[in-house]
Write a protein that binds this ligand. Structure first.
Ligand code: GBH
Length: 462
């Protein structure tokens, strides 16, 4: 029985990232990333764990890919670990064993009929580059551009889809402002925005270098995330309000919004300095003035018209949104079901978020992440009954299908995540997978949602 309608050629996929799954943190010449270091030193990881072993995916990738194929999954989004390819980020020669690992992964995907989608940077910056100034140094940007070109040159014979950066917004907010992610800095909002600009520049310089290096035409994008509002009714005034609040330059939006980064790298537009400056000035710990802040923003972001080389798609990582209307916001959490991480379940964000972003950016969309952490565990019958995940996905995908029906070009959906994995500062306590991992034995146990997803894919091909 077909319960949700999707186009026949819709791409059903799943996603993961290098540090969260691979393990093998020092094998075959890999250098240290800022996450290797951060987990040892920061003391912020919930269960004091790290990604040293993670899902032992470095050795188990074939089993995981076979499970994907068995579910009918057609596309797999994963990231390449930069320090596997260049241990210090900018070594004179590539590490051939690093490339060889991803050759094995990609060839395996192709053998199983799965389209690989490569993300170049899902947060594991080489520690050595971070030590030498990180993103604020022009040298890191150059090294990224070279790394991006090498990856495209080497893999484009078999891979069409490449994303430059996963969630620049979370890199900057959680890594450089909140200090909860590597490298654990707590900068001011003004300095944090300098990092966001550096990421925009790294992306913008990498894209043409990737196209030049590719052996076949490639499709390039990146994955964006941020606050999204959806209207509390279908009245025009509420829809307008939700759209306006999504792209507002308010203090709570600045470090977690789609538009500052996307306006620059897609539309070539600088941020609204006059609106941002007062909010940022209020956040400063120093006694710098509004004038200073405005001038600084203008100096840093003056090159936006050169930051937007053409892209082929926009990746969106959507987890939840906020209900809003002409009368303002509703409470963020009250009255909503919540996931294990206490994130509200707000399926309408899939419908309205994709529409608002398409209206503003006019790029075909991939949902590059969506999913949830539940309190999964193995029941006495040896299975993992994650009814909550099935319920969540049914609601979110119904709303996504509404958006497509209204004309939003959403090309595919990548469930986050395929297997449980290392959930950053929450460690292994949070489980986002369709497949359960019993970490002590590394045994894979498909959850009920895995079989549900398999049926959904089979149904929508009819
Ligand atoms: C993604 O980050 C990452 O790309 C991925 O590596 C990670 O495993 C995955 O999500 C799951 O976390 O306002 O309380 O509802 C997404 C990070 C998710 C952070 C949504 C902010 C909103 C929290 N963001 N979250 S709340």
């Amino acid at each position: 029985m077909k319960h949700i309608n999707f186009p026949k050629d819709f791409i059903w996929g799943t996603a993961s990232s290098s540090y969260q799954t691979e393990g093998a943190y020092n094998r075959d010449g890999k250098g240290a990333s800022i996450w290797d270091t951060f987990c040892q030193k920061s003391g912020v990881i919930a269960d004091s764990s790290d990604g040293t072993l993670a899902c032992c995916y470095y050795d188990n990738y074939e089993e995981d890919i076979r499970f994907m194929a068995d579910a009918g999954i057609r596309a797999y989004r994963f990231s390449v670990s930069w320090p596997r390819i260049f241990p210090n980020g900018d070594d004179p020669a590539v590490n051939p064993l690093g490339l060889a690992f991803y050759d094995r992964v990609i060839d395996c995907c192709i053998r199983y009929g799965i389209q690989p989608h490569i993300t170049l940077f899902h947060w594991d910056l080489p520690q050595s580059l971070s030590d030498r100034g990180g993103w604020l140094s022009a040298h890191t940007i150059e090294a990224f551009v070279r790394y991006a070109a090498v990856i495209c040159e080497h893999f484009s014979d078999r891979v069409t889809y490449f994303s430059t950066i996963n969630e620049p917004q979370i890199i900057t907010k959680m890594g450089y402002y909140d200090g909860l992610h590597a490298p654990g800095y707590r900068l001011s909002m003004l300095e944090t925005l300098d990092i966001l600009h550096a990421l925009a520049k790294a992306h913008a310089l990498a894209v043409p270098a990737m196209r030049r290096a590719a052996k076949k035409p490639v499709k390039i994008g990146f994955s964006s995330t941020g606050n999204l509002c959806y209207p509390c009714s279908e009245n025009e005034a509420d829809i307008c309000a939700a759209r306006t609040m999504t792209f507002a330059n308010t203090k709570e939006n600045i470090l977690f919004c789609h538009h500052i980064f996307c306006d620059a790298v897609i539309n070539g537009l600088a941020p609204d300095f006059e609106a941002l400056a007062p909010e940022i000035t209020a956040d400063l710990k120093s006694d710098d003035t509004l004038n200073f802040v405005t001038q600084h923003l203008k100096n840093v972001w003056n090159d936006c018209s050169e930051l937007n080389p053409p892209l082929d798609f926009l990746g969106l990582n959507i987890y939840n949104g906020r209900k809003a209307g002409a009368d303002g916001f509703t409470k963020r959490y009250a009255g909503f079901p919540k996931t294990a991480l206490k994130w509200p379940v707000t399926p309408e964000v899939m419908n309205w978020g994709t529409r608002f972003l398409y209206e503003r950016y006019h790029l075909p969309i991939f949902i590059t992440e969506n999913g949830l952490s539940c309190n999964d565990h193995i029941f006495l019958d040896g299975k993992v009954h994650d009814a909550e995940r099935i319920d969540f996905l049914t609601r979110y995908l119904l709303q996504l299908s509404e958006s497509i029906k209204e004309g939003t070009p959403v090309m595919g959906y990548f469930h986050w995540s395929f297997t449980d994995n290392f959930e950053w500062h929450s460690g292994y306590d949070e489980r986002f997978g369709l497949v359960y991992i019993d970490y002590p034995t590394q045994k894979r146990i498909p959850k009920d949602s895995y079989y549900w997803y398999r049926n959904l894919i089979a149904d929508s091909a009819e």
